[in-house]
Design a protein around this ligand. Structure first.
Ligand SMILES: [Zn+2]
Length: 229
């Protein structure tokens, strides 16, 4: 068995207009007036992921659709658990982002602030999942999450969905991170998760600090890609 199985995060830059100034999101940065403090166990690169360098700032719910007949009921419930677990985490950190499980669709949904989850082959044969971001010049964003058909274990599906939504809210992979510490760590095997089924304390902290930094910079775009640092 391969030691690591990755998922891929693909950002399709259809518009250069969405590039903006980097925000101050160094680890440990705290927002004025907020009480964000880094949990002791969070060590970037070891137990805590870094930010991808962009924020999804939604003023309305992000609807999550499942492509028709791609998942059986138990599988879509397992994926929905990943969605619900992120909602719980986002509420805890006072984020305005809410995901809404919105049922099946016949085809990929192209409306803004949607995620279509489907079966397919992620780029790279060792990959178990992939998220793609599509942006338009007006700032509209939609996403697709592609789940490798080999992933059928229900816990693995919850783990994978939690991981992909981590990218959706701006977390980077952390393949070096100790398993069990973050949703963004590598997977144990093709049909196994990474032992994390909901955002960890460190995941929540990194998301919260990133968004606080973006808010401080007056960043109110629907989606802003920020230069990687
Ligand atoms: Zn990933």
């Amino acid at each position: 068995m391969k030691p690591f199985l990755y998922s891929l995060c693909v950002v399709l830059f259809l518009s250069p207009l969405l590039w903006a100034r980097p925000v101050n999101d160094r680890p440990g940065a705290t927002a004025a007036g907020s009480a964000l403090s880094m949990p002791k166990q969070c060590q970037p690169g070891k137990t805590s992921p870094e930010g991808l360098g962009w924020r999804l700032s939604a003023n309305k719910p992000v609807r999550v659709f499942y492509l028709k007949d791609n998942f059986n009921r138990a599988e879509s419930d397992a994926l929905a658990r990943g969605v619900n677990n992120w909602n719980k985490a986002l509420a805890e950190i006072d984020s305005s982002i809410i995901f809404v499980n919105s049922g099946e669709r016949e085809s990929v949904v192209r409306d803004e602030l949607t995620i279509t989850v489907m079966r397919g082959a992620p780029k790279g044969k060792e990959r178990v999942g992939e998220i793609k971001f599509y942006t338009k010049p007006n700032g509209a964003v939609r996403m697709t999450v592609i789940i490798n058909p080999v992933v059928t274990d229900l816990n693995a599906l919850t783990s994978l969905m939690t991981h992909e939504l981590g990218h959706a809210v701006g977390l980077a992979d952390c393949y070096e991170c100790r398993r069990g510490t973050t949703a963004m760590s590598a997977f144990k095997g093709k049909n196994k998760g990474n032992d994390v089924y909901e955002p960890s304390a460190c995941d929540k902290y990194v998301v919260a600090t990133g968004y606080a930094a973006a808010a401080r910079n007056g960043n109110t775009q629907a989606l802003t890609f920020l230069e990687q640092q």
